[in-house]
Design a protein around this ligand. Structure first.
Ligand code: NAP
Length: 246
C-alpha cells in the first residue's frame, strides 16, 4: 500500500497518466495531478480519484520549462513536506519522416519528453537525497528500444530517457532511491487513436499477444515499481508491450 506517500504524476489529465494517478490514489497515495494545457481534464482526474475515496490536487506546469519545474517542486515540498514518488509520464509526438522533420518538431519533442524528465528529476533529487528514499518511474516506450520509422524525434527522446534513468539509478541508489523506466508498447489512448488501420494491423502483427494494451496494464506496473514490493529493483527498463520487443 502507498498510504502516507505523496506522488507527483506528470501529464495526468488523460490517457496513461490519468490511469497511473487513479491507480496510485486507489493504493493510498496522495496524488498531484500535473497538467500543461488541459486544466479541465486534470480536474476530472482529481474528481474521479475523490469519488473513489482517494486524495488528489491538480497542478499546472509545463514540464519542458526548467524554471517552472523547480518552482513546482519547491511549492509542493513546502505544502506537503515530502514527495515520495515521481512518475514522468508527460509526452508528445510530432511524427514525420527524418528528411522532412523540422528542427522545431525535433526540439519540441525532446524538450517535453526527455528534458521534461530531466527537469523534474533534477529539482527533486536533492529532496529525495535528504529523505533518503524515493521512487522515480520514467515512461519510455518500446520505440525507444526498437526505433520506429516516422518517429526519429520521439524515439530519440524515449531512448534518452533510458540513459537518464540508468545514470540517475547509479547516482541515487546508495540512498535507497530507485529509478526505473517503463516501456509501453501500443496502448489505446488519444496518442494512438488516429493511427491508420494499416499501421494498427502491422503493429498487432508484431505483438506476441496479438492485441493492443490498456492504460491500466501500464499503470499497474508503475504502481508496483512505486511500492515497497519493488524496493530491490532499480536501473531497469520494464517492457509492457505484449511481447513486441522480444
Ligand atoms: P496522451 O493521451 O496524448 O497524453 C499525454 C499527456 O501528456 C497529456 O495529459 C498532456 O497534458 C501531457 N503533456 C503533454 N505535454 C506536456 C507538458 N509540456 N507538460 C506537462 N504535461 C504535458 O498520451 P498517452 O498515450 O497517455 O502517453 C503517456 C505517456 O506514455 C507518454 O510519455 C507517451 O510517450 C508514453 N507512451 C505511450 C504509448 C501509447 O501507445 N499510447 C506507448 C509508449 C509510450 P496536457 O493536455 O495538459 O498538455
Amino acid at each position: 500500500m502507498l498510504n502516507g506517500k505523496v506522488a507527483l504524476v506528470t501529464g495526468a489529465g488523460r490517457g496513461i497518466g490519468r490511469e497511473i494517478a487513479i491507480t496510485l490514489a486507489k493504493r493510498g497515495a496522495f496524488v498531484i495531478v500535473n497538467y500543461n494545457g488541459s486544466k479541465e481534464r486534470a480536474q476530472e482526474t482529481v474528481e474521479e480519484i475523490k469519488k473513489a475515496g482517494g486524495e488528489a490536487v491538480p497542478y499546472g506546469c509545463n514540464v519542458a520549462d526548467f524554471t517552472a519545474c523547480g518552482e513546482m517542486i519547491t511549492a509542493l515540498v513546502k505544502e506537503y513536506g515530502h514527495i515520495d514518488i515521481l512518475v514522468n509520464n508527460a509526452g508528445i509526438t510530432k511524427d514525420n519522416l527524418l528528411m522532412k522533420m523540422s528542427e522545431e518538431d525535433f526540439d519540441s519533442v525532446i524538450d517535453v519528453n526527455l528534458k521534461g524528465c530531466f527537469n523534474t528529476m533534477r529539482h527533486l533529487s536533492r529532496q529525495l537525497l535528504k529523505q533518503k528514499g524515493g521512487k522515480i518511474i520514467n515512461i519510455s516506450s518500446v520505440t525507444g528500444v526498437m526505433g520506429n520509422p516516422g518517429q526519429a524525434n520521439y524515439c530519440a527522446s524515449k531512448a534518452g530517457i533510458i540513459g537518464l534513468t540508468k545514470s540517475a539509478a547509479r547516482e541515487l541508489g546508495s540512498r535507497q532511491i530507485t529509478v526505473n523506466a517503463v516501456a509501453p508498447g501500443f496502448i489505446e489512448t488519444e496518442m494512438t487513436k488516429d493511427l491508420s488501420d494499416a499501421i494498427r494491423e502491422n503493429m498487432k502483427e508484431q505483438i506476441l499477444l496479438k492485441r493492443t494494451g490498456t492504460a491500466k496494464e501500464v499503470a499497474d506496473v508503475v504502481a508496483f515499481l512505486a511500492s515497497e514490493a519493488a524496493n530491490y529493483i532499480t536501473g531497469q527498463v520494464i517492457s509492457v508491450d505484449g511481447g513486441m520487443a522480444v
